[in-house]
Design a protein around this ligand. Sequence first.
Ligand SMILES: [Zn+2]
Length: 431
Amino acid sequence: MNATYETLRADIASIPVIDCHEHTNGPVSGPTYSDPLAALVVGYVNSDLQSAGTEPVLAAAMDASKPLEERWKLFEEIWKRTQHTSYARVTKWVLREMYGEKELSLDALKRMGGNLLNLKNEKTYWGILDKAGIKCRIVNIWVGDRKIIEGEHVLPDRDRYMIGLPGYHSIHSWNEVNGYTQQVGRIAASLDEYVDICREIFTRLKGRGAIGMKDQSAYNRTLQFDNATRADAEKIFNFFMEDPRRSVGYPGSKPLDDYLFHAFMRIARDLDMPVQIHTGHMAGVRNDIAKTNAVHFTSVLELHREVRFDLFHGNWPYMGEWLYLGKNFPNVALDCCWLHIIDSIYAQNVLTESVAAVPHGKIHGFGGDYGDSVEFAAGHLSIARDNIAAALARLVDSGWIGMDDARQIAADWLFNNPNRFFRLGFEPVTV
Ligand SMILES: [Zn+2]
């Protein structure tokens, strides 16, 4: 590592961060670990371990009812094949920074055993975030919108609520529709009434502090949301609504799904809510990547010009399309949440290129995208700071920008841009 990198990395360490995407409820959902291996194999690294071709062996290795010695023999093999991925790097960070172990071994696991984190402890949980410099988190959680509307569930001070959209437009039966409309004690008897009830739900959620909408439909369908006609949508809606025993499956329900998504974009516009969109790579293993390419979303970006879109995850592995959409559409911001640990080198490359191609004020630098295992979000953020320093150091060394520019860009990516885009109202960070 060269001197420019080292200097920038040290400076970037103290920049506070708006974490643009998490699935966290706070210490109330914090894990308490009882098995050292389970404390290290959290979240995404599972996918890489499975991808190494050993799903049944991995399951056996993670079976905490068996002796650790026996399980380690199975796990060591898989770990050796996996340990250099970006996901695995987070596990290594947690091992080192949370448990003081340099290397994953049976002895290290045994030493960890008596000392596992308890994230139900408020001090431990918030202490990790404070130390990491995470000042605010934008969260997508599943406590149920009714509880938010009724004030039964109140978010921690640090967190801001995003309305989860997919269920509201991916409807297939009377029961599903009724489940949503009952949240505000109403019954929909027509498509127009359903849209109206959704508007009421989203408006009331905004009244309870929701700052935007989030959609990860790309796990299950294409990002090509056709501009379906009301008549096409109504036909499907009426079919299952007039007989609650009926349902419509995928892909037959797509015109209704598409129509509702567009209707919700008009509501997002009216409520002045930004919309976060999952693009690119998906968690887990075995899915279809082509449907998630953000380029399929172009027609939505063109039509809904007054809606601010936040395109997630670097659209990995479709870097060029992502940069293009950020460069070409004034209503698009590019969000690096999750990206730093999907592929750290890609993150460095796309951030370097972005400075030359896309106004740097449109980039959101970090989102942890973990659950309440917050030590993993902290590890992720450390890697994100590494990547940002590496990307900017290259630009300094080539003479594209100066050191002060680099520091300002880092502060904007990590804090000022999301603060402005999501209208969070914090004092801007200066360097
Ligand atoms: Zn997520």
